[in-house]
Design a protein around this ligand. Structure first.
Ligand SMILES: Cc1ncc(COP(=O)(O)O)c(C=O)c1O
Length: 430
């Protein structure tokens, strides 16, 4: 049919990560690709009990349409949940969402017109880039440092936009165990960011799915908290700390944004499913979240350590990777001359998949990087999968060196091409 589709549909692109999620259901594939929790942590027995209880005691409400901002029970539970993690938000500042991806969609609808400049981290979460791109945002990437966004580079980007006569609609950051880099933004930078954004009247979008998955035991204050909730929109989700299958999250925001967010959500889905909200509200109110999160932390810490050890054993010299103390991902920088795109097929053919780093860069850079997820695979899969990844990288080095000498230029990087027998070396994220 000769139908004319919208310009929004035209801008909607396939996300590689969503494509890769289908690999996670294949038993013969070791997936380091998606940001999936370990399914053995899902509290299935408890959910059976709670589901039945919700249906029997308030089934008529649970199966009915509900209020757009969320069920009052759920909002009350969220206020308590946030407080137990040191964050304050009044009930009227909270809107329940179908997880953070909907939060990102609503933020795009709230702020972005085609061509609107926005600031994102370089690299940043693919799903956010996808939502912003769909709205037609003009994304300006600001590099990350060890301790979060490079604030001087941010100031330079803002000055550049000033010269173009433009003001960014928002600054989007993932301060806690960033996806994909694992970087945690320091308190100093969180404060500096608030100052810079306030001076210019730019909203900060703080997306924080991984904050609670913290191996160190000490949590930094959120940007939301440091800013007293002013000028910040906080996106939260249960996907990483409980399970993603119910698609439950929430937005915390002040006025006038919250009223608009609720109006926009109404036009998107009327309301989030009441049934799942009642179940999770009960789960929180029974005080089960602390234990659930503690189990996730214990599980992911061991897996993270296993992946670090496997990288140390298997990757060629010159490879660098992050050593995060929370979250679900390791960020790998391949030896110079290697591309995670070029070696993808070779690795996937042997049953191992990861996410190519370029996907996370709004400026198309990052070909020499990749993101590895450690929460989903088993320890055995981590050991085997990283060994295969290492062999792939070494084979790729061989191909690059061969192409180099065929072209009469010698190896792309001779010291690295001998690395398969050299002692392994690792480094913190640069
Ligand atoms: C930084 C970030 N934001 C948002 C999301 C979306 O998660 P969900 O929609 O499951 O809450 C993810 C998922 O990986 C993420 O890493």
């Amino acid at each position: 049919m000769d139908a004319i589709m919208s310009s929004v549909a035209g801008r909607a692109t396939k996300s590689e990560i969503r494509e890769l999620l289908k690999w996670t259901r294949r038993a013969d594939v070791i997936s380091f690709a998606g940001g999936l929790p370990d399914a053995s942590l899902f509290p299935i027995d408890e959910l059976c009990v709670l589901s039945e209880r919700v249906l029997r005691t308030r089934g008529y409400h649970a199966l009915q349409y509900g209020p757009t901002p969320g069920e009052p029970d759920m909002i009350e539970a969220l206020v308590g949940h946030m407080r137990s993690f040191g964050e304050e938000a009044d009930a009227e500042r909270i809107c329940v969402t179908a997880s953070s991806q909907q939060g990102l969609d609503l933020v795009s609808l709230l702020f972005v017109d085609p061509g609107s400049p926005i600031i994102v981290e370089l690299p940043s979460y693919i799903g956010a880039l996808q939502a912003f791109a769909r709205s037609g945002a003009d994304m300006r990437g600001v590099p990350l440092e060890d301790d979060g966004m490079d604030i001087e580079a941010l100031k330079a980007a803002l000055a550049g936009l000033d010269r173009e006569g433009k003001k960014p609609r928002f600054i989007y950051v993932i301060p806690d165990f960033q996806n994909p880099s694992g970087v945690n933004m320091s308190v100093e930078k969180r404060r500096e960011l608030i100052v810079v954004a306030r001076e210019r009247g730019i909203p900060i979008i703080e997306d924080s799915p991984y904050r609670e998955v913290n191996f160190s035991g000490s949590t930094l204050p959120s940007i939301w908290t440091l800013a007293g909730g002013e000028g910040v929109i906080l996106l939260k989700t249960f996907s990483k700390i409980l399970f993603p299958g119910m698609r439950l999250g929430w937005i915390a925001a002040g006025q006038p944004w919250m009223d608009k967010i609720i109006m926009l959500k109404q036009s998107v889905d009327l309301c989030t499913a009441s049934f799942t909200q009642f179940i999770v509200a009960e789960y929180i109110k029974e005080g089960r979240m602390r234990d659930t999160i503690a189990r996730a932390i214990a599980c992911y810490r061991v897996k993270k350590d296993a992946m670090l050890a496997a990288l140390e054993r298997s990757m060629p010299q010159g490879t660098r990777w992050s050593r995060p103390y929370g979250g679900m991902f390791l960020w790998v920088e391949l030896p110079e001359g290697l591309s995670s795109e070029a070696m993808f097929e070779r690795t996937a053919e042997r049953g191992v998949v990861y996410v190519k780093g370029r996907q996370f860069h709004c400026d198309g850079s990052g070909a020499g990087t990749m993101r590895l997820n450690y929460s989903f695979p088993s320890i055995e899969q981590i050991d085997l999968g990283i060994a295969i990844l290492g062999q792939s990288a070494i084979a790729e080095q061989g191909s690059v060196a061969e192409q180099g000498s065929a072209a009469g230029q010698g190896s792309a990087r001779p010291e690295d091409s001998q690395a398969s027998t050299a002692p392994r070396r690792s480094a913190e994220k640069v």
